[in-house]
Design a protein around this ligand. Structure first.
Ligand code: XMP
Length: 320
């Protein structure tokens, strides 16, 4: 019988057999898949698993804490955090092209990950855990795949000379099954119920150059939108809602007793089954109004909030 409990038990047993007395590492992205994969492997081999989380400074408000506190509290996993904020900011300076941003982020992510692995005091890592799901396996042609960091699968992979054996405990599961297994393993709803978030993070939601100030602006606007969507009980109804800063666009506004010349924020709420196609979500006007009022009141650099009403195709979900 398919129950989350016996699936989890079976997967844990499989991982235990596979890894034996070996050691493993797992890159955590903050997303659901890598968190559940890591929790399973932790259950199987305890602290012979080391989780690595790269903070590239392109995360949303509270994400680093979520991984460091909630994930660790729920699993007891050994976690190494690489603080790479300064490196990413420096490497991204002056870059506006979306593909160029992805390339830089992919490259720097791998460097940070490698340096964390090289630093592991207990050395001798044989296995790399990935949160590959069944749809990923199908999409990549059913092969065993290369050693990619799942959340960054389309921004770059690990180099060939990193010779780990792959452990992919979720390769036969769909997203909703992964969530059920995650709940079974005691992961909190903030982690298992999370909406998709791209590996390159907020960098591809700033149209224009990525700077620390712009990241701070977008992070505040995004936190407000998420808070209001959650408060309105809409998290389950929408697939995800990118919040985008048009950093190179300004428009005139009036606020308090004066003229403003600020940036627009775009709300991109979508409904979707698999992100291959999507429709724009018909959010209630009162929720949109609250988000708009709060963002323009609370985020100084933003004086206009606009709604993206484009389906995919022709639009993509993300703006970059
Ligand atoms: P698009 O924008 O292509 O997005 O309609 C489809 C889904 O993929 C996510 N996305 C990414 N995820 N790295 C990722 O890990 C990326 O470079 C990337 N680009 C888009 C997006 O959030 C949506 O869920």
């Amino acid at each position: 019988v398919w129950t989350p409990a016996n699936i989890a038990e079976q997967l844990v047993g499989g991982v235990r057999d596979r890894i034996g007395a070996g050691r493993a590492i797992c890159g955590l992205s903050g997303g659901v898949d890598s968190a559940v994969a890591a929790a399973l492997v932790q259950r199987a081999i305890g602290d012979r698993l080391t989780c690595v989380f790269v903070d590239h400074g392109l995360l949303r408000q509270g994400e680093r804490e979520q991984v460091q506190q909630d994930f660790v509290a729920a699993t007891g996993a050994k976690l190494v955090t690489v603080d790479a904020v300064q490196t990413f900011v420096t490497e991204l300076a002056g870059v506006s092209d979306p593909e160029e941003k992805r390339k830089i982020i992919g490259r720097e992510f791998i460097r940070s990950f490698e340096s964390a692995v090289a630093d592991l005091a207990d050395g001798g890592v044989d296995f790399l855990v990935q949160g590959t799901l069944y749809p990923d396996v199908v999409e990549s042609g059913g092969g065993t795949g290369t050693a990619n960091i799942k959340s960054h699968h389309n921004v770059g992979g690990l180099p060939d000379d990193l010779e780990f054996q792959l452990v992919e405990p979720l390769r036969l599961l769909f997203k909703d099954e992964v969530r059920a297994v995650g709940r079974e393993l005691g992961l909190p709803e903030e982690i298992v119920g999370r909406q998709p978030f791209p590996g390159p993070g907020l960098a591809i939601r700033i149209v224009g150059e990525v700077t620390p100030d712009r990241l701070a602006t977008l992070r505040r606007a995004d936190a407000i939108a998420r808070e209001e969507l959650t408060a309105a009980g809409l998290d389950q109804q929408i697939w995800q809602c990118p919040v985008v800063l048009l950093a190179d666009v300004r428009s005139v506004g009036v606020q308090g007793d004066g003229r403003t010349y600020g940036h627009p924020i775009v709300l991109r709420p979508v409904s979707s089954e698999d992100a291959m196609t999507a429709d724009w979500s018909r959010l209630p006007y009162d929720v949109l109004e609250r988000i708009s009022t709060r963002i323009t009141n609370e985020v100084a650099e933003v004086n206009r909030v606009v709604l993206d009403v484009t389906s995919k195709p022709p639009g993509t979900i993300e703006w970059e």
